[in-house]
Write a protein of this length. Structure first.
Length: 256
């Protein structure tokens, strides 16, 4: 399959569709996180820590040639506002619409991340706590959050110094502006840990509870967590540990 050329400034990354393809799935119908108009065709993968740039359908681009972010479509459907400035950020914190990152023995934060941006949506915090605890139980080391909530005001400043930064508005805006997205550092993780992460994330992608972009240039997992991640008041027990462990070994080979 021929890979389509994209802008030279585009980051190399593997998206949710690549995770599904590596697991042997075909996206024959739109998932909750990706409407039919935003379905992707994935490229092949090669190299230990690299992935081919996925072939992308033309409908995934807006008129300016920027890649449309499906996470924003979900955020709009869920009624999530973009956080405009520090005053907006403080108001949402006071109303518990944003909560602190669940930092503990299993989860740490990059020292460079300012204190006022160490917040996220409640369902994102639940996801982080669950994943970090599961990772620590397996590897006895913490995961690290590199980025969490951002304001439109901050994103506009970032654009001026970083030409690759996502816009602060529109259908290609950064998902961090809603507080639902976080970046998990890959730096310091072993290949086994990276494979475990892929295996852990895959079932949640399949269920439409998250979307993932595995960055290879910035070396992180960019994860958008959706409201449906929060379980109902009564959730039937489900044994997923064995499934996720087996997926990890499969994806270790497939996504490399």
């Amino acid at each position: 399959m021929r890979r389509r050329s994209v802008s030279a400034t585009a980051h190399r990354k593997a998206k949710s569709a690549d995770f599904l393809k590596a697991a042997g799935e075909k996206e024959t119908a739109p998932r909750a996180a990706e409407p039919a108009a935003t379905q992707k065709a994935s490229g092949s993968h090669s190299g230990v820590e690299e992935a081919a740039i996925p072939a992308v359908l033309p409908t995934l681009y807006n008129k300016r040639g920027r890649l449309i972010v499906p996470q924003n479509e979900v955020a709009d459907r869920e009624g999530l506002d973009r956080i405009q400035n520090k005053a907006d950020l403080l108001d949402m914190r006071d109303k518990r619409m944003l909560v602190p990152l669940p930092v503990n023995y299993s989860l740490q934060v990059d020292d460079r991340l300012p204190a006022d941006r160490r917040y996220c949506r409640p369902w994102t915090a639940r996801f982080l706590a669950n994943m970090a605890r599961a990772h620590y139980a397996r590897f006895h080391t913490p995961l690290q959050v590199n980025s969490a909530v951002r304001t439109v005001e901050f994103q506009q400043r970032l654009i001026r110094v970083n030409g690759n930064a996502a816009p602060a508005e529109g259908d290609t805006a950064s998902p961090h502006l809603t507080g639902q997205a976080i970046d998990i550092a890959k730096h310091g993780l072993s290949r086994t840990e990276v494979a475990w992460m892929r295996g852990y994330l895959l079932p949640l992608i399949q269920e439409g509870k998250i979307d993932v972009e595995e960055e290879f240039q910035q070396a992180c997992f960019h994860i958008s967590v959706y409201k449906k991640y929060l379980p109902p008041s009564v959730t039937p027990k489900r044994d997923v540990a064995t499934h996720r462990h087996s997926e990890a070994s499969t994806l270790a080979t497939a996504i490399q």
